[in-house]
Design a protein around this ligand. Structure first.
Ligand SMILES: N[C@@H](CCC(=O)N[C@@H](CS)C(=O)NCC(=O)O)C(=O)O
Length: 199
């Protein structure tokens, strides 16, 4: 299978981390959104796109993560037997993707000339990011993992969102505000998969 995407997209990183954590053989093809491979299989031309060996294209990152997790049990990243645990993991994923969504909007807005930037849009999405970080820190508490007793998709999705936030908003000092999140993130950043996916 081939994963199509860029090195910086938080959604692509999440899909890559799932593939790497589960040791699924794949080729990572670096391509911008609307590139030819992404467009071949995904009518929106968005990344990530996962192209299976028979040509079937899987999108978006949530569907890719769900599919790849089902390929083996080493480790199980989204619970199969406990509906409540599954719900909690998927909600963490929505929270992480929400941070990424708002960070992408802020980044897009900031790429405009200052006169063309929309202050209300920036305010709305920066507030969403800070609320989501505070919520995540509260949920994590003193736990070792975002959900349960071992790594799950929740940890991988949050890691992807925070790597992206550090890249695009390095001025945001979320580590001082949320030391528990900072400690957990530092541990995640030492994982082989996270190192392999780069920053
Ligand atoms: N909800 C999607 C979001 C994917 C997404 O927006 N990807 C961006 C790159 S960060 C993209 O392809 N943008 C280009 C476009 O929409 O044309 C997912 O989780 O995969």
């Amino acid at each position: 299978m081939k994963l199509i995407g860029t090195l910086t997209s938080p959604y692509v990183r999440k899909a890559r981390l799932v593939l790497l954590e589960k040791n699924i053989p794949h080729e990572f093809v670096v391509e911008l959104p609307q590139g030819s491979l992404a467009l071949q299989g995904n009518p929106m031309g968005r990344i990530p796109a996962l192209i299976l060996d028979d040509g079937f294209c899987v999108f978006d990152s949530t569907v890719i993560s769900d599919y790849v997790d089902a390929l083996n049990d080493h480790p199980v990243l989204i619970s199969r037997s406990d509906a409540a645990a599954r719900l909690r993991v998927k909600r963490w994923e929505a929270l992480a993707d929400g941070i990424a969504d708002s960070a992408v909007v802020v980044r897009t807005e900031r790429m405009r000339t200052v006169e063309k930037q929309d202050a209300d849009t920036l305010k709305l999405h920066n507030k969403a990011i800070s609320n989501a970080l505070s919520y995540a820190a509260g949920l994590l508490g003193s736990n070792e993992w975002c959900e349960g007793e071992s790594i799950t998709l929740a940890d991988l999705a949050m890691t992807s969102a925070l790597v992206y936030l550090d890249l695009r908003q390095p001025e945001l000092d979320w580590r001082s505000a949320y030391p528990n999140l900072s400690t957990w993130f530092a541990k995640m950043c030492k994982r082989k998969s996270v190192i392999a996916a780069g920053s």
